[in-house]
Design a protein around this ligand. Structure first.
Ligand code: MN
Ligand code: MN
Length: 397
């Protein structure tokens, strides 16, 4: 038996020698996909909806954070999310995340981030609605509201077990380090540190920052060679249809975003993002506006429909079939994040069109006349009147 055959035959139980040849990251993927998941093995599919904006979260003054992790939504093992609001003068203090990268989309208001990379490069960026940021795992950062209005943004983390309330915050660290050590490290008298916060501040509150970013404490303004900011909605949608449109940004257009692809999907009333699945990523959804029905198919006849409205979170595991349909009266807007920098999807219309007619006829136990009417091109987004208006070949960007 050849090595290739043996590995294929044995699947995840490949020989130690075979596994050793696979890079660690890929090996972890194989384990994750091939291990049975008790949550997804039941007779019925578990819920994939969580009413994020109705949850209690953490509220300090006019600042708030509401999160969706595996604790709130057990199915969401691959991605977690937070809806955060900062009041004028509000700041999410300096912190880092040991176990997740952070991706964000600004919904309302303006904010400023600072971020440091391991090489010492730092960047300060200002954000408006429709802009996104990405901070690699472990890079230190802060977020400040700008101007006199509330700033609302949604954070997405590439790890469903990650809690925003378990971050490594600068006040928590300094507050629990011996004063004598701080004197030696930072050269200030002990009395100064005695007045620093003793516990994690999380949301700091201060003055509204100056409109122009100030020079850094070190006296220089260094720019990161790999920017953390991308103006997503300022670009043309990468796909426009009668029934809706999509903006999509992955590593191809935003190089630092190696572990997350972000999408804004707009559906007109009755619009349908057609049946499809993603071979390489879990999908995390947040409803910015409107009311949609999300369907999910999980083999063994298991099919579930959830109605998601403004402020709800949805989740589709890798490989599960799904669709999104606008059931409301207004244009629906969804924020979608995938835990992979490279976008992959297989859409039903394309799959069917990629087979000979005789095969489709026999598979569906139908006639040649019926098969002839099936779409020949990708539907992607159907309108309330159906797949008519299709025809864009949708070159991937
Ligand atoms: Mn953060
Ligand atoms: Mn999808």
């Amino acid at each position: 038996m050849s090595d290739t055959t043996r590995r294929g035959f044995l699947g995840a139980a490949a020989t130690a020698a075979g596994l050793a040849a696979i890079p660690t990251a890929a090996r972890a993927d194989i384990g994750a996909v091939n291990k049975p998941d008790p949550l997804l093995d039941g007779e019925d599919l578990p819920t994939f909806r969580f009413a994020l904006e109705e949850s209690e979260g953490k509220v300090i003054g006019g600042n708030s954070a509401r999160e969706a992790t595996v604790k709130q939504l057990p199915i969401s093992k691959g991605l977690a999310g937070v809806s955060m609001r900062l009041e004028p003068g509000g700041m999410r203090e300096l912190h880092w995340h040991a176990t997740a990268a952070e991706w964000a989309y600004v919904i309302e208001g303006r904010c400023r981030t600072t971020v440091i990379a391991p090489g010492g490069d730092s960047e300060t960026n200002d954000f408006e609605p429709g802009d996104i940021w990405y901070f690699p795992r472990g890079h230190g950062h802060s977020i400040q509201a700008l101007g006199d209005k509330l700033c609302h943004f949604v954070l997405v983390f590439d790890n469903g077990y990650f809690s925003e309330f378990g971050t490594f915050s600068v006040t928590d660290w300094i507050g629990h380090t011996p004063k004598s050590l701080l004197v030696k490290n930072l050269g200030l008298p002990e009395a100064v540190f005695a007045k620093f916060p003793k516990e994690e501040v999380y949301f700091a509150r201060g003055k509204v920052p100056p409109e122009e970013p100030a020079s850094l404490h070190q006296g220089k303004l260094r720019t990161s060679p790999d920017t953390h900011k991308f103006r997503m909605i300022a670009q043309e949608p990468n796909s426009t249809h009668k029934g809706g449109r999509e903006w999509r940004v992955g590593q191809n257009r935003f190089p630092i975003s190696k572990t997350i692809t972000g999408v804004i999907l707009e559906l007109e009333p009755g619009g349908l993002r057609e049946l499809h699945w993603h071979p390489n990523a879990d999908e995390w959804q947040y409803i910015i506006r409107g009311k949609v029905d999300v369907t999910m198919f999980g083999s063994h006849g298991r099919h579930r429909i959830e109605t998601l409205t403004k402020g709800d979170v949805g989740y589709i595991p890798t490989g599960y079939g799904h669709s999104v349909e606008n059931k409301g009266e207004e244009t629906a807007r969804l924020l979608i994040a995938f835990n992979n920098g490279h976008y992959e999807a297989i859409d039903l219309s394309v799959w069917l069109a990629s087979n000979p007619d005789y095969l489709l006829r026999d598979n569906f136990e139908t006639t040649d006349a019926v098969v002839k009417e099936l779409p020949k091109q990708r539907v992607f987004i159907a309108s309330k009147d159906g797949p008519g208006g299709r025809g864009e070949p949708n070159p991937p960007r």
